[in-house]
Design a protein. Structure first.
Length: 312
């Protein structure tokens, strides 16, 4: 098979590597380079960096216009393989691939159609999630299912750790699916529309902690928003990011209002009252400062014990 691979972020890199070692990749479609920082340096996305390392043909269009389609047709591709590319494919684009297109989606479709399925599974406290390999349709995430893998969740995952796991497992499932397609033995199954749910794009303000929520919900959000946008609150008019937390199951000397720093437990960390239960904070970072373990933070931050986080 002659494959065009489309993707951009870290989660797609193992899939690109695995396909390159098992099949013929004739083109890699990825997002354009970004210019960042004061020095306006060009930043390559992870897929471009890996494609360069593998000496693959790279295409970085701003839009999938007629010129791009012309270039891809010249590659004589059989199939389009997508993992986190971020653009919608129109009918003229998809028609260039005799064997159609397939997409890796990190959820058990039809659950969590959309752009943030890994994060959504953590926030909602799901006991399991998974990986779906689906046909690409004109409507996002609606295509027939070719393969699925279930993943049990422990309740300690972050978006970062779960993404890393899914990136590796997804690559293996993708190779299995491509071999089944090549041999003509793939088993396609229509998605059950009775179980459809959606997730939305995350913005930075989603990371703001609402201390009136329960410790369980806040802990989930802290794990879900790692590594971005990170869960954060306000302390002395500065953003305070909570990087590692948990639920406190011990006894406290007092209860406080939501967001109040009650004190600390020497074996666990800083104790903060929530709308229901106490959150224990182990790693945190004040705006413009380095991340600190809770002991170092307490020692270097006056008036933290007893303050109420949040505010303006």
């Amino acid at each position: 098979m002659r494959i065009v691979f489309a993707g951009s972020p870290d989660i797609a890199v193992p899939s690109l590597e695995k396909i390159a070692s098992n099949f013929n990749i004739v083109g890699v479609l990825t997002n354009p380079d970004k210019v960042t920082g004061r020095g306006q340096k060009i930043k390559l996305n992870p897929i471009k960096s890996k494609a360069m390392e593998l000496n693959l043909n790279i295409l970085q269009p701003h839009s999938l216009d007629s010129e791009v389609r012309k270039n891809i047709i010249s590659l004589r591709p059989d199939i389009l393989v997508v993992f986190a590319y971020g653009k919608i494919f129109g009918p003229r684009f998809l028609s260039m691939f005799a064997m159609g297109g397939i997409n890796v989606h990190p959820s058990l479709l039809p659950k969590y159609r959309g752009s943030s399925p890994i994060l959504s599974a953590i926030i909602n406290g799901d006991n399991e999630t998974g990986i779906s390999i689906q046909r690409i349709n004109l409507e996002m995430d609606t295509g027939a299912l070719l393969n699925q893998q279930f993943i049990k969740l422990s309740g300690n995952e972050t978006t970062e750790s779960l993404s890393t796991f899914i990136s590796t497992e997804g690559a293996e499932l993708l190779i299995q699916t491509l071999r089944e397609i090549e041999s003509g033995h793939v088993n396609e199954k229509t998605q059950d529309t009775d179980f459809v749910s959606y997730c939305t794009k995350i913005i930075k303000d989603d990371g703001i902690i609402n201390w009136k929520e329960s410790a369980v919900v806040i802990d989930r959000k802290i794990r879900a928003y790692t590594p971005w946008p990170k869960a954060y609150t306000q302390f002395k008019h500065k953003n305070l990011m909570l990087l590692e937390c948990g639920l406190f199951h011990g006894e406290t000397d007092k209860s406080g209002s939501p967001g109040e720093v009650l004190g600390f437990d020497k074996n666990n960390g800083i104790l903060i009252q929530t709308g229901d239960g106490v959150l224990v904070v182990k790693l945190l970072q004040l705006q413009s400062k380095k991340a600190n373990n809770w002991k170092s933070f307490i020692n270097g931050t006056h008036e933290f014990i007893g303050c109420v986080l949040g505010g303006e």
